[in-house]
Design a protein around this ligand. Structure first.
Ligand code: GLN
Length: 304
């Protein structure tokens, strides 16, 4: 399949959708990102790579980082993670407080903020220098594409993340965190501040399209069963309260972040990453979701 030609067609066809969303500004350090940025990268399990636009430019991956920590936690304790976090779509915004109280501090899934904090808590309990451990895991998967923490974004989130702090205290009050709230928040804000490009993301998550094996080195990251679990959770929870829409229009497991990135996995075939900072009302990249919809429509690739 000529993915390069398809990416070029998509870039043309998404033009009318620019200017219709809004760059996330609740994290002040993200508000200054140029809204017209747009990149796409496709990495296939066969080793081919395709990219378009700003695909090599690192951006704030935000909630996409939840996939990295989920993978790490599964490597450490496997299915034990489900003791403190559910696996159902939330149907609510990613930072909902009301749902967490209603459900006695058991977050609906690991891809909303509260669930990701529980996962981060597990990772902290199994690493000595957690920030360094997360960074080196991401760098290993993303290769030469240079993942890094953006200290300015991490600080900005820390200064303004009152809602996330409330979620963490709520979890602690229900006994769902083993580590101090400040420690969990510090790691959580740092993982959200990680920067990667579309190319780095498409490479990093290729193992999810390849039964848990990293195609470049043939190293096993997780088991096929764990891979199935993560892809299932992505499909049902990766786009927050717009997950049904995404399954309907795109038809692939995907994970978004408020930095405007989305990664999508076509099991057995490829990993695709897009970036466009303007978001829709659910906090997902508006142009990014449109680009993915066009990709699966044009290629006929979807899990359905
Ligand atoms: N750092 C963001 C937050 O906690 C991540 C949210 C997101 O990307 N959806 O609010």
């Amino acid at each position: 399949m000529d993915y390069q030609a398809i990416l070029e067609e998509i870039a043309e066809e998404v033009q009318p959708f620019f200017g219709k969303g809004r760059v996330a500004d609740y994290i002040p350090a993200l508000a200054g990102v140029a809204p017209g940025k747009f990149g796409m990268a496709v990495h296939t399990v066969q080793g081919e790579t395709f990219h378009w636009g700003d695909a090599a430019e690192p951006f704030s991956i935000q909630s996409i980082s939840k996939l990295f920590t989920l993978t790490m936690a599964m490597r450490f304790i496997d299915d034990k993670i489900w003791e403190r976090v559910g696996k159902e779509p939330s149907g609510n915004p990613f930072n909902s407080l009301v749902q967490l109280e209603y459900e006695q501090g058991i977050p609906r899934n690991p891809l909303i903020n509260a669930g990701a904090m529980v996962i981060t808590d597990y990772v902290i309990s199994h690493t000595s220098d957690t920030r360094a451990a997360i960074l080196s895991f991401v760098q290993y998967l993303a290769g030469s594409d240079g993942a890094a923490y953006d200290e300015q974004v991490a600080r900005s989130e820390k200064e303004t993340g009152h809602r996330n702090a409330a979620l963490a205290h709520f979890l602690k009050s229900y006994g769902r965190l083993d580590n101090p709230v400040d420690t969990v928040l510090d790691v959580y804000f740092h993982q959200c501040s990680l920067t990667l490009s579309c190319q780095g993301l498409a490479r990093a998550f290729l193992f999810l399209a390849n039964q848990g094996v990293f195609p470049q080195s043939k190293a096993r990251i997780i088991t096929p069963r764990q891979t199935k679990r993560i892809n299932a959770v992505m499909l049902t929870c990766g786009m927050y309260d717009a997950v049904g829409d995404f399954a309907f229009w795109v038809g692939l497991p995907g994970k978004s972040g408020v930095g405007g990135g989305i990664v999508a996995v076509d099991p057995g075939e490829l990993c695709l990453a897009v970036w466009s900072p303007e978001l829709n009302a659910s906090g997902n990249s508006l142009v990014g979701a449109k680009a993915l919809e066009l990709f699966t429509t044009k290629t006929g690739r979807s899990i359905f």
